[in-house]
Design a protein around this ligand. Structure first.
Ligand SMILES: Cc1cc2nc3c(=O)[nH]c(=O)nc-3n(C[C@H](O)[C@H](O)[C@H](O)COP(=O)(O)O)c2cc1C
Length: 379
């Protein structure tokens, strides 16, 4: 690893990396009407991030959103823009890596290079780019931009190539590609991390996996049950093998950690089933990206059904699709994470119904267990 990346915890020694996802948005990572749900108040975001920072978590990852999921809760209706959110949090923290989720069709690679280099200097090398190519046209209507659903990953790859070459530095260059025709490209300062800051890509489809294999250090993807991990990882590794690169795989999880399993199960049932915002969930399903197909043209189902849904036959519409339920006692959660790590996942994001209220118990009870299991070191 290049020494310039030593300050970025994504490259640190923990075998199983952890970060907080989606706390920049109202509702966090749920579709629940529960009144206890996250409201994305700025001071709460800062207080929660400082706890994560001091506890040694690896990263903060915000969602890029321009319109809510409608429904009664209008989850995501209120959200903080991710580059400005990251710059502020970067100045208020010491150790944690700060990601920005950037929509390729909305931000030019030259703007993103300068903005991210700026934050990489503010944070002394803790910046991270999460590239997303867009899926919900209604969010792009606010910008007058149309997503090219068939070619969004080709566009994303060319965007990444311009962005990364800018940050590599060197003499001015022109770019005459398929999507970009740019003159006399340069940016100064370049990033602290060399050749550029850590890159994550969030996607699920074969094209998304291939994109990550060519551009990202981390592929952030979804898995609803632990037994899906081997097939998921085997498929992703076929993409990565084509490019002779290393890509770590993280999944996204929702944590309900309580003293007893019963308490945890009941709380998950409360916010995700009893208080589900079914209208928000229907909006998501209606708007969700194009149908995903494999190379043979077969439709691939996105993972959605988790063990709670399977056991009860209920929909748990208040849970975010694809968020793995880490629900149980601190021992249960540490054991699930150990299994994820054993299967080859390099990390997971965590989310909570109320991040600020729930993260202290997670930090106090789960992190020491992960240390005992050899998955993580002390902060
Ligand atoms: C873990 C994860 C996080 C994501 N975060 C965002 C986001 O912040 N903003 C966004 O517009 N899309 C986000 N997406 C959507 C993806 O970028 C992508 O558009 C979607 O998964 C459909 O792409 P696919 O065809 O590769 O599955 C996320 C997806 C995943 C799996």
């Amino acid at each position: 690893m290049d020494a310039s990346r030593a300050n970025n915890k994504l490259f640190g020694p923990n075998r199983f990396k952890l970060g907080v996802f989606s706390a920049n948005c109202d509702g966090g990572l749920t579709m629940s009407l529960a009144p206890e749900r996250w409201r994305a108040d700025w001071d709460d975001i800062v207080a929660m991030t400082r706890i994560a920072d001091e506890a040694g978590l690896e990263f903060i990852l915000p969602v890029a959103k321009w319109r809510g999921f409608q429904g009664k809760a209008n989850i995501y209706g209120r959200s903080f823009e991710t580059l400005t959110h990251g710059a502020a949090l970067g100045a208020l923290t010491q150790h944690i890596a700060i990601f920005f989720t950037v929509h390729v069709p909305l931000v030019t690679p030259t703007f993103a290079a300068k903005a991210i280099a700026t934050i990489d200097h503010v944070t002394h090398g803790r910046a991270g780019l999460n590239i997303v190519c867009g899926w919900n046209q209604e969010e792009f209507d606010l910008h007058g931009v149309t997503i090219d659903q068939d070619r969004r990953y080709e566009h994303g790859l060319e965007w990444f190539r311009v962005w990364s070459r800018l940050l590599e530095g060197g003499p001015e260059f022109d770019w005459d590609g398929e999507f970009f025709h740019l003159k006399r490209l340069q940016t100064d300062p370049v990033s602290v991390q060399r050749p550029w800051p850590v890159v994550m890509s969030a996607g699920f489809s074969p094209k998304g996996r291939d994109f990550a294999a060519q551009s990202a250090d981390v592929l952030f993807t979804t898995m609803s049950e632990l037994d899906q991990a081997p097939a998921l990882l085997a498929n992703i590794s076929t993409h990565v093998a084509r490019y002779d690169r290393r890509v770590d795989i993280y999944t996204m999880s929702h944590v309900v950690c309580r003293r007893t399993r019963r308490e945890a199960d009941e709380f998950y049932h409360y916010f995700a089933e009893e208080m589900a915002d079914a209208e928000g969930q229907s909006y998501y399903r209606r708007q969700r990206g194009p149908v995903v197909k494999d190379a043979a043209g077969n439709e691939i189902r996105r993972p959605r059904v988790n063990r709670f849904m399977r056991a009860s036959g209920k929909r748990y519409d208040g849970a975010y699709p694809g968020a793995f339920p880490l629900v149980g006692t601190p021992d249960d959660i540490a054991a699930d994470m150990a299994q994820m790590c054993e299967m080859g996942l390099s990390g997971t994001s965590v989310a909570f119904l109320d991040y600020l209220k729930e993260i202290p118990f997670f930090v106090q009870e789960v992190l020491p267990r992960l240390r005992c299991l050899g998955l993580r070191h002390a902060a």
